[in-house]
Design a protein around this ligand. Structure first.
Ligand SMILES: [Zn+2]
Ligand SMILES: [Zn+2]
Length: 239
């Protein structure tokens, strides 16, 4: 395995005006669509199971988003480089830059922090909206999928904000409380990832799924499998 340090100027400063415009539009679109879909659900016919099923779906969606965050983070830390077509500038750059300068995230405003994920979250929202739902006669499955899909979109969007809070020198008291009770990614938990060569605690939505992933050594096993199949070594372009 080769590990070459990456000069910071190679990965910083790749935030273009076009990307900024797309991210701003994504943030507005995400909040508009999520609110409209939530409003649509208020017209559902009452049933005693709506609340427990809805809550269960939201909890599962949070864990699913945490798993997505861990997998995407691991993928961007482990494979390719800032020069990888399509993914390099937008995704891989952000993760590699973050290892070189962890405080950089604190200089991102709301749009730069959340824009990419808000854009990605439009996909589960679109899929969820297209699923069949009869508001007059809702089924457990249809209702659970609506709440689960909207929850996934919400937690995917919320991921970078949670990550930023885990690095912020100070956070609002309510956020500090949520971090203490582990409902939001805590500084302690995430700091484990920042110990080079950055091989643990990849989840950045809440870090809830990390324990299970570490227990089964999920990402090292996956790396060995990928190397066996493709011949490509993990972290060949540096940590
Ligand atoms: Zn990382
Ligand atoms: Zn971090």
């Amino acid at each position: 395995m080769t590990t070459k340090p990456i000069p910071r100027e190679r990965i910083a400063g790749g935030y273009s005006r076009g990307q900024r415009l797309v991210e701003t539009a994504s943030v507005f679109a995400f909040f508009a669509v999520e609110c409209l879909m939530a409003w649509r659900l208020t017209g559902v016919a009452a049933a005693p199971w709506l609340l427990p099923v809805g809550l269960g779906a939201v909890v599962l969606s949070a864990l699913f988003a945490d798993l997505i965050s861990a997998t995407v983070h691991w993928g961007c830390d482990t494979w390719g480089s800032v020069d990888t077509p399509l993914l390099g500038r937008v995704f891989i750059r952000q993760f590699r830059e973050h290892h070189v300068d962890a405080d950089e995230i604190n200089r991102h405003d709301f749009v730069e922090t959340n824009g990419t994920n808000a854009g990605l979250a439009l996909l589960p929202l679109a899929v969820t909206y297209s699923l069949p739902l009869d508001l007059a006669h809702p089924t457990v499955l249809a209702w659970g999928l609506q709440l689960g899909g909207m929850g996934t979109a919400f937690f995917v969007t919320f991921t970078s904000q949670a990550h930023k809070w885990a690095h912020a020198p100070s956070v609002p008291p309510a956020v500090a409380l949520l971090q203490r009770v582990r409902l939001v990614l805590s500084r302690d938990h995430h700091s484990v990832h920042h110990v080079a060569p950055h091989l643990h605690n990849y989840a950045i939505t809440g870090g809830w799924i990390d324990h299970a992933l570490e227990r089964v050594d999920a990402f090292r096993r996956l790396e060995r499998l990928i190397t066996r199949v493709t011949g490509v070594e993990p972290r060949a372009h540096g940590p």
